[in-house]
Design a protein around this ligand. Structure first.
Ligand code: ZN
Length: 349
């Protein structure tokens, strides 16, 4: 459904409405991939505050300025269900009925906005190659905004996120054909390789490689293994402790599907964001689920085991969005047309 709720409809608030409620995003056709990602970004206090404090340069009409469009969107979203036309135009999305990959657009948005806005998601990772003969190491360091986790289990098995992250950093020996040329030894030598995270970001984003090309069937296939999304990543080696606050879910196969997000508010309540439908949920919806596709963790700032309250909580008036004004009964009624509109969604990588 493309029609936003009118102010009149929204003002008919039930006396029992949830004062912690947030606002939804209108689906333009098949733009759920964008909605899920934008809600995660909006619910990241540091990012939201940077975007909201963005000052428009004189003469900037802003159609192609993504940061300005995000600011307009976040201002709208703080008050009511919002529309994403400004974002799709700015990102050059011409066909809003064609579904795209949520992670791809998460990365695209963060690479397009100015560095000071995206730095909260940025870490530094090195790929290291070590000569097995003389021990010389070659280090290639790059900035990252998300880490891709390969899935090493089948559809019917359970995937372990912490193990997956360790696999990324695991040492391995290259096949002889791939050995590197060592300057010191002046020949190709046995090569050991691994990755190291030199700087951990404030927000660590992990995404699962659920879609893979099957060369036998010559098509993309989705791995629908289940996982218990870990509520925290415990500190290990030089890694700080992280607490989960957002998950982007993907339901359906490669050729069709739907995205939504489950996000924890700054005061610790979990919400389910499904386009313009926003309902309260609990952490248990992240247990044994085959839907998680992208996971977002923020660095724990308090003592181990406590719920982190970012410093931004000391400015609640500025940083917290306004309560939604959609009564619960109306939200249930709206589920019908929203679902019906998704039957033609397609997913292209
Ligand atoms: Zn060497």
């Amino acid at each position: 459904m493309k029609t936003p709720l009118t102010a009149e409809k929204r003002s008919h608030g039930s006396p029992n409405r949830n004062e912690h409620q947030y606002n939804g995003l209108i689906n333009q056709g098949a733009t759920c991939y964008l909605n899920a990602v934008l809600q995660c970004l909006f619910m990241t206090p540091k990012f939201r505050e940077t975007v909201m404090s963005y000052e428009i340069a004189h003469g900037d009409c802003g159609e192609t300025n993504l940061l300005l469009q995000l600011k307009k969107l976040f201002e709208q979203l703080s008050e009511r269900a919002a529309t994403t036309e400004g974002i799709t135009k700015s990102l050059g999305i011409r066909n809003v009925f064609e579904q795209q990959d949520a992670v791809e657009y998460y990365r695209k948005i963060l690479k397009t906005v100015e560095t000071h806005a995206s730095e909260v998601f940025e870490g530094k990772m090195s790929n290291i190659m070590k000569c097995g003969k003389c021990g010389k190491e070659t280090r290639d360091t790059n900035t990252f905004i998300s880490i891709l986790l390969s899935i090493n289990v089948g559809n019917s098995e359970t995937y372990d996120v912490e193990n997956g992250l360790e696999t990324v950093l695991k040492h391995s020996k290259l096949e002889e054909d791939d050995w590197m040329y060592c300057d010191s030894c002046d020949c190709k030598t046995e090569t050991e390789t691994w990755s190291e995270i030199d700087e951990y970001p404030s927000v660590l984003t992990l995404h699962l490689k659920r879609f893979d090309f099957d060369y036998i069937q010559m098509r993309y296939k989705k791995n629908e293994c289940c996982l218990d999304v870990p509520p925290s990543l415990h500190n290990k080696d030089n890694r700080p402790k992280y607490d989960l606050y957002a998950v982007v879910n993907h339901k359906g196969g490669f050729s069709g599907g739907h995205y939504n997000a489950i996000i924890r508010s700054e005061n610790g309540i979990w919400f389910y964001f499904d386009d313009y439908i926003v309902t309260q949920t609990s952490e248990t919806s992240l247990k044994n689920s085959s839907l998680p596709y992208m996971l977002m963790y923020r660095k724990a700032v308090l003592s181990p085991g406590s719920v982190p309250h970012p410093k931004s909580l000391s400015h609640p008036v500025k940083s917290l969005p306004h309560p939604v004004k959609i009564p619960h009964s109306m939200r249930i009624l709206l589920i019908g047309p929203s679902r019906a509109g998704k039957s033609t969604d397609t997913l292209k990588m």
